[in-house]
Design a protein around this ligand. Structure first.
Ligand code: ADP
Ligand code: MG
Length: 179
Protein backbone atom coordinates (compact mmCIF):
# COMPACT_ATOMS: atom_id res chain seq x y z
CA UNK A 1 0.00 0.00 0.00
CA UNK A 2 1.47 3.33 -0.99
CA UNK A 3 1.95 5.97 1.64
CA UNK A 4 0.78 9.50 1.19
CA UNK A 5 4.22 10.16 -0.13
CA UNK A 6 5.75 13.29 -1.50
CA UNK A 7 6.41 13.92 -5.15
CA UNK A 8 9.37 12.06 -6.50
CA UNK A 9 11.53 14.78 -7.99
CA UNK A 10 12.05 18.53 -8.41
CA UNK A 11 10.27 19.14 -5.15
CA UNK A 12 12.25 21.90 -3.51
CA UNK A 13 11.06 24.96 -5.30
CA UNK A 14 7.57 23.95 -6.26
CA UNK A 15 4.09 25.13 -5.39
CA UNK A 16 1.67 22.34 -4.73
CA UNK A 17 -2.09 21.99 -4.67
CA UNK A 18 -3.77 18.89 -3.24
CA UNK A 19 -7.23 17.99 -4.43
CA UNK A 20 -9.49 15.17 -3.29
CA UNK A 21 -11.86 13.96 -5.97
CA UNK A 22 -14.77 11.64 -5.29
CA UNK A 23 -15.65 10.56 -8.80
CA UNK A 24 -14.31 10.29 -12.36
CA UNK A 25 -16.55 13.27 -13.25
CA UNK A 26 -14.79 15.47 -10.70
CA UNK A 27 -11.39 14.40 -12.00
CA UNK A 28 -12.56 15.10 -15.53
CA UNK A 29 -13.58 18.65 -14.60
CA UNK A 30 -10.17 19.23 -13.02
CA UNK A 31 -8.41 17.82 -16.09
CA UNK A 32 -10.33 20.31 -18.24
CA UNK A 33 -9.29 23.27 -16.12
CA UNK A 34 -5.71 22.02 -16.21
CA UNK A 35 -5.69 21.35 -19.96
CA UNK A 36 -6.80 24.88 -20.77
CA UNK A 37 -3.54 26.18 -19.30
CA UNK A 38 -1.31 24.02 -21.46
CA UNK A 39 0.85 25.32 -24.28
CA UNK A 40 3.20 23.67 -26.80
CA UNK A 41 6.33 22.13 -25.26
CA UNK A 42 4.78 21.60 -21.83
CA UNK A 43 5.78 18.38 -20.10
CA UNK A 44 3.44 16.80 -17.58
CA UNK A 45 4.82 14.06 -15.35
CA UNK A 46 2.30 11.66 -13.85
CA UNK A 47 3.03 9.21 -11.07
CA UNK A 48 1.15 7.35 -8.42
CA UNK A 49 -0.82 4.22 -7.80
CA UNK A 50 -1.91 1.76 -10.45
CA UNK A 51 -5.50 2.56 -11.40
CA UNK A 52 -5.38 6.00 -9.83
CA UNK A 53 -6.40 7.71 -13.07
CA UNK A 54 -3.27 8.68 -14.99
CA UNK A 55 -4.61 7.44 -18.31
CA UNK A 56 -8.08 8.74 -17.49
CA UNK A 57 -6.70 12.20 -16.72
CA UNK A 58 -4.69 12.20 -19.95
CA UNK A 59 -7.71 11.20 -22.02
CA UNK A 60 -9.55 14.21 -20.65
CA UNK A 61 -6.65 16.51 -21.48
CA UNK A 62 -6.91 15.07 -24.99
CA UNK A 63 -10.63 15.87 -25.19
CA UNK A 64 -9.96 19.45 -24.21
CA UNK A 65 -7.36 19.63 -27.02
CA UNK A 66 -10.09 18.45 -29.43
CA UNK A 67 -8.39 15.14 -30.06
CA UNK A 68 -11.22 13.06 -31.41
CA UNK A 69 -10.03 9.48 -31.01
CA UNK A 70 -10.16 7.55 -27.78
CA UNK A 71 -6.91 7.70 -25.88
CA UNK A 72 -5.80 4.16 -25.06
CA UNK A 73 -3.09 3.34 -22.56
CA UNK A 74 0.42 3.38 -24.06
CA UNK A 75 1.67 0.75 -21.61
CA UNK A 76 2.67 -1.68 -24.36
CA UNK A 77 3.84 0.79 -26.99
CA UNK A 78 5.37 3.31 -24.54
CA UNK A 79 4.35 6.22 -26.80
CA UNK A 80 1.11 7.09 -28.58
CA UNK A 81 1.14 10.26 -30.68
CA UNK A 82 -2.06 12.26 -31.16
CA UNK A 83 -1.62 14.87 -33.85
CA UNK A 84 -5.21 15.65 -34.78
CA UNK A 85 -5.94 18.14 -31.98
CA UNK A 86 -5.21 21.82 -31.34
CA UNK A 87 -1.73 20.92 -30.09
CA UNK A 88 0.07 17.58 -30.66
CA UNK A 89 -0.14 15.33 -27.63
CA UNK A 90 2.66 12.83 -27.00
CA UNK A 91 1.40 10.34 -24.44
CA UNK A 92 4.09 8.19 -22.85
CA UNK A 93 3.97 5.38 -20.35
CA UNK A 94 7.40 4.68 -18.87
CA UNK A 95 6.23 1.67 -16.86
CA UNK A 96 8.06 -0.81 -19.06
CA UNK A 97 11.22 1.23 -19.52
CA UNK A 98 14.23 0.05 -17.56
CA UNK A 99 15.92 3.40 -17.31
CA UNK A 100 16.70 6.72 -18.98
CA UNK A 101 19.10 5.15 -21.49
CA UNK A 102 16.32 3.06 -22.92
CA UNK A 103 14.16 6.14 -23.34
CA UNK A 104 16.91 7.83 -25.36
CA UNK A 105 17.84 4.68 -27.29
CA UNK A 106 14.26 4.39 -28.52
CA UNK A 107 14.54 7.92 -29.93
CA UNK A 108 12.09 9.50 -27.51
CA UNK A 109 14.35 12.32 -26.33
CA UNK A 110 13.44 14.60 -29.21
CA UNK A 111 9.74 14.52 -28.36
CA UNK A 112 10.45 16.52 -25.22
CA UNK A 113 11.46 19.47 -27.43
CA UNK A 114 9.03 19.03 -30.32
CA UNK A 115 6.43 21.71 -29.61
CA UNK A 116 3.81 19.25 -28.50
CA UNK A 117 2.49 18.53 -25.05
CA UNK A 118 4.18 15.52 -23.47
CA UNK A 119 2.26 13.63 -20.82
CA UNK A 120 4.33 10.89 -19.20
CA UNK A 121 2.82 8.20 -17.00
CA UNK A 122 5.25 6.67 -14.46
CA UNK A 123 7.61 9.56 -15.16
CA UNK A 124 9.67 9.00 -12.02
CA UNK A 125 11.12 5.87 -13.63
CA UNK A 126 13.02 8.12 -16.05
CA UNK A 127 13.22 11.30 -14.01
CA UNK A 128 16.65 12.32 -15.27
CA UNK A 129 15.41 12.98 -18.79
CA UNK A 130 13.25 15.91 -17.71
CA UNK A 131 14.05 19.61 -17.42
CA UNK A 132 13.11 21.15 -14.07
CA UNK A 133 10.24 23.06 -15.68
CA UNK A 134 7.88 20.08 -15.75
CA UNK A 135 4.53 20.06 -13.99
CA UNK A 136 4.20 16.98 -11.81
CA UNK A 137 0.98 15.31 -10.78
CA UNK A 138 0.90 12.58 -8.19
CA UNK A 139 -2.26 10.49 -8.08
CA UNK A 140 -3.11 8.42 -5.04
CA UNK A 141 -5.73 5.77 -4.70
CA UNK A 142 -4.57 3.03 -2.39
CA UNK A 143 -5.03 4.85 0.88
CA UNK A 144 -8.77 5.36 0.43
CA UNK A 145 -11.49 2.92 1.36
CA UNK A 146 -13.92 4.34 -1.16
CA UNK A 147 -13.17 2.98 -4.61
CA UNK A 148 -13.89 6.30 -6.39
CA UNK A 149 -11.87 8.60 -4.16
CA UNK A 150 -8.50 9.90 -5.33
CA UNK A 151 -5.99 12.44 -4.11
CA UNK A 152 -4.34 14.50 -6.84
CA UNK A 153 -1.24 16.47 -5.91
CA UNK A 154 -0.26 19.08 -8.49
CA UNK A 155 3.22 20.51 -8.31
CA UNK A 156 4.23 23.50 -10.42
CA UNK A 157 7.72 25.00 -10.60
CA UNK A 158 7.86 28.22 -8.59
CA UNK A 159 8.55 30.22 -11.75
CA UNK A 160 5.33 28.97 -13.38
CA UNK A 161 2.55 31.44 -12.61
CA UNK A 162 -0.06 29.22 -14.15
CA UNK A 163 -0.27 27.70 -10.70
CA UNK A 164 -2.50 30.61 -9.64
CA UNK A 165 -4.77 30.27 -12.67
CA UNK A 166 -5.11 26.59 -11.95
CA UNK A 167 -5.88 27.20 -8.29
CA UNK A 168 -8.51 29.76 -9.24
CA UNK A 169 -10.04 27.45 -11.85
CA UNK A 170 -10.32 24.64 -9.32
CA UNK A 171 -11.87 26.97 -6.74
CA UNK A 172 -14.38 28.13 -9.35
CA UNK A 173 -15.38 24.50 -9.88
CA UNK A 174 -16.11 24.18 -6.19
CA UNK A 175 -18.21 27.35 -6.26
CA UNK A 176 -20.12 26.31 -9.39
CA UNK A 177 -19.92 22.50 -9.53
CA UNK A 178 -22.27 22.18 -12.51
CA UNK A 179 -20.18 24.38 -14.79
P1 ADP B 1 -3.78 4.52 -14.29
O1 ADP B 1 -3.48 4.99 -15.67
O2 ADP B 1 -3.39 5.50 -13.21
O3 ADP B 1 -3.26 3.15 -13.99
P2 ADP B 1 -6.51 4.49 -15.28
O4 ADP B 1 -6.70 5.90 -15.70
O5 ADP B 1 -6.24 3.50 -16.34
O6 ADP B 1 -5.39 4.41 -14.14
O7 ADP B 1 -7.78 3.98 -14.49
C1 ADP B 1 -8.41 4.74 -13.49
C2 ADP B 1 -9.80 4.18 -13.29
O8 ADP B 1 -10.35 4.68 -12.07
C3 ADP B 1 -10.76 4.58 -14.40
O9 ADP B 1 -11.52 3.45 -14.76
C4 ADP B 1 -11.64 5.63 -13.74
O10 ADP B 1 -12.96 5.65 -14.27
C5 ADP B 1 -11.66 5.14 -12.31
N1 ADP B 1 -11.96 6.17 -11.30
C6 ADP B 1 -12.82 6.02 -10.27
N2 ADP B 1 -12.87 7.11 -9.51
C7 ADP B 1 -12.01 8.01 -10.06
C8 ADP B 1 -11.63 9.35 -9.72
N3 ADP B 1 -12.10 9.99 -8.64
N4 ADP B 1 -10.73 9.95 -10.52
C9 ADP B 1 -10.23 9.31 -11.59
N5 ADP B 1 -10.53 8.07 -11.97
C10 ADP B 1 -11.43 7.40 -11.21
MG1 MG C 1 -2.24 4.19 -17.19
Amino acid sequence: MSKDKKLEFFTEDNRTLEIITKSPQETKAIAKVFARLLVPSDIICLDGDLGAGKTFFTSNIAKELDISKVVPSPTFTILIEHRDGKIPLFHFDAYRLENEDEFYDLGFGEYLYDNGICVVEWASRIKNVFPNTVIQIHMLRDNFEDSDTRKLIFSFPKSDNRFYDFEKGVNDLNDHPSK
